[in-house]
Design a binder for this molecule. Sequence first.
Ligand code: SAM
Length: 269
Amino acid sequence: MPSESRVSAGGPSPGPHAALRAGVAWEVLRQALRRRAEAAGREVLDVLDTGGGSGSFAVPVAGLGHRVTVVDPSPDALFALERRAAEEGVAWESSSAGKARGVQGDTQDLLAVAGPRAYDLVLCHGVLEHVEDPAAALASVAGALRPGGTLSLLVAGVGGAVLARALAGRFTEARVALGDPAGRWGEADPVPHRFTVAGLTALVSGAGLTPGEVHGIRVFADLVPGSLVDTEPDALTALTRLEAEAARQPAFQAIAGQLHILARLPGEL
Ligand SMILES: C[S@@+](CC[C@H](N)C(=O)[O-])C[C@H]1O[C@@H](n2cnc3c(N)ncnc32)[C@H](O)[C@@H]1O
């Protein structure tokens, strides 16, 4: 793997709470990048981050030495991405090794703006729950992968939303979300789709990808009062370790705020 020195390759955006929220997904992604680089026999991978926003994953991935293209519809997010990439020494124009750039687009025009079959690893984090047709969007995202390439997919989980509504005393909304095929708690719910592990796995298979390991993300992090984490010495470290262990267990995946899955496009690189 190339030098990791310029950007803190500790993961997305600085700050211990951000690390807690993204920690498991980042670690799984880091290992997937390493495995893909070994399989491809190349140190530098072409990575696409669709809906990558301001680069909270893209910039640390560039910091590992990879070439990262972020496609996002938001000009503000892309501006923030370019600024963050420049600050971290991975601006596309000025870096010869790891670098990140932004391109305006969405899942619909993804292949036109980013190119088909051009990427070793594609991230799609926090996007499918917001699009009208997740299956169509995922087909487009999968079309950007080279044969043998890896998808890193992060979506909102139904169980986490049900639990959060119930713990907030919104019992009817929790019951509505539990029975709704899209995991929505009502008309006012701003999220159009949430997913179960079974639904996510079926979605990935339907896009022609082979589902791999699944992790539950933010099982406890969104439910634990911030004061507990901030005032107890070592609580943040202990909670982060708890999240990492619970992430692998189906019982906790079922109540996670987010679900992460790795998938592979069949074929050889
Ligand atoms: C919740 S943010 C996630 C950002 C980033 N992936 C992360 O994990 O930090 C969702 C992002 O998806 C982008 N987005 C919304 N609709 C999209 C679409 N149809 N195609 C691609 N990106 C989209 C938004 O502009 C926003 O930057």
